[in-house]
Write a protein that binds this ligand. Structure first.
Ligand code: FNR
Length: 365
């Protein structure tokens, strides 16, 4: 068992152990990386108002998400190409989610297929993250495969009509190592994701195959071809959250894509209250971006997030030692959250309320 006790220590280890182009791909944000810094730093703009003397001896972190019971409001966000972190990639990550009784979201750009992950973690609550391809038959096929393999929701990423400018990837001519493949597309001609001659191979791939004409009608189309609930991931404004609900989404995931799309956005946690206020009484609202400990989770849940997802933290666990590393990451977040709840005077997730958190400006009034 590792002696690492925090997500930041796992991150530090990954920084020392991963090959440079992989590390740069995982850690980077877009542009000047202002939003990347903000995602983490902004948690500290929200202060806790802990309550005392409330008998917190027994605590229950479980909650219900889209009708499924999870052991805690922390799950795994979709991140692409996980076999670069560990040979068992997405399968190890999903198995860790299974052990912890939480949600694993598989990226479209995975290095293990939809079916492999389903076989590896048959009892995990698995969601499938979808990018929409210009060729709608490719998209339709992915949706059908996810349904058949028992995935419980489709997470449509709405913030990526094209990919953001991740400067390190451009510089490194980032491409998928030649022994790995995008496992869901064995038959599809990949355009330059391996052996990029110019710029980021991933950006070349996305420009070639993803549909930049994507609009609200496509959400309706997706709804018409699936019986799975649709989560819209990457919403940053009340306006879009409302349109998302009107288009039939079952949930909204507040996210700036780990600050990898457009730089200069507010952090995810700053945006969360606006979206909860706009649609929180109609659909479930989820959150991701910059989470590294239990107090981050506590703040997001108190501000109205039904579920919080981690992207990079799980990659750092995976890079450390596969499934075990991710389990360790999830266990750290779980016990951290449990401690934070006790020290704030709360025993149940359903009791957490916005009053527990204030913006720092509250104290200068
Ligand atoms: C991502 N993210 C992402 N999102 C998505 O919808 N599909 C994807 O394939 C990917 N791939 C991906 C790769 C890497 C390396 C990162 C870091 C992120 C975004 C991800 O789902 C999530 O929004 C962020 O990772 C959350 O921020 P943190 O937890 O990484 O700070």
């Amino acid at each position: 068992m590792s002696d690492l006790v925090s997500i930041l220590e796992f991150e530090e280890h990954a920084y020392k152990s991963l090959p440079r182009n992989v590390l740069d791909y995982y850690r980077s944000g877009a542009g000047k990386q202002e939003s990347l810094k903000a995602n983490r730093a902004s948690f500290n703009k929200f202060k806790l108002r802990p309550r005392c003397l409330r008998n917190v001896e027994k605590r229950d972190l479980s909650t219900i998400v889209l009708g499924h019971k999870v052991s805690m409001p922390v799950g795994i966000a979709p991140t692409a190409m996980q076999k670069m972190a560990h040979p068992q990639g997405e399968c190890a990550n999903a198995r860790a989610a299974q052990t912890l009784g939480t949600i694993f979201t598989l990226s479209t750009l995975s290095t293990s297929s939809i079916e492999e992950v389903a076989r590896a973690a048959p009892h995990a609550i698995k969601w499938y993250q979808l990018y929409i391809y210009k060729d709608r038959n490719v998209t339709r096929d992915l949706v059908m495969r996810a349904e058949t393999a028992g995935y419980k929701a489709l997470v449509l990423t709405v913030d990526a009509p094209i990919f953001g400018m991740r400067l390190a990837d451009l510089k490194n001519k980032f491409s998928l190592p030649s022994h790995l493949t995008l496992a869901n597309f064995q038959g599809l001609k990949a355009t330059g994701i391996q052996n990029s001659k110019q710029g980021s191979g991933l950006n070349n791939y996305v420009t070639g195959l993803f549909d930049a004409t994507l609009n609200w009608e496509d959400v309706k189309w997706l709804k018409s071809i699936t019986s799975l609930p649709i989560v819209l991931k990457g919403i940053l404004t009340a306006e879009d959250a409302i349109l998302g609900v009107e288009a039939g989404a079952s949930a909204i995931q507040v996210s700036n894509h780990g600050a990898r799309q457009i730089d200069g956005t507010a952090s995810s946690i700053e945006v969360l209250p606006e979206i909860v206020k706009a649609v929180g009484d109609k659909v479930e609202v989820y959150f991701d971006g910059g989470v590294t400990d239990g107090t981050d989770v506590l703040k997001a849940v108190s501000l109205g997030a039904k579920m919080v997802f981690v992207g990079r933290a799980a990659l750092w666990g995976l890079a450390y030692n596969g499934q075990e590393g991710v389990e360790k990451i999830l266990n750290i977040l779980k016990s951290d959250l449990s401690t934070a709840m006790a020290l704030s005077g709360f025993s149940k997730i359903s009791e957490l309320e916005p009053n527990l958190v204030v913006h720092e400006s509250y104290y200068s009034k």
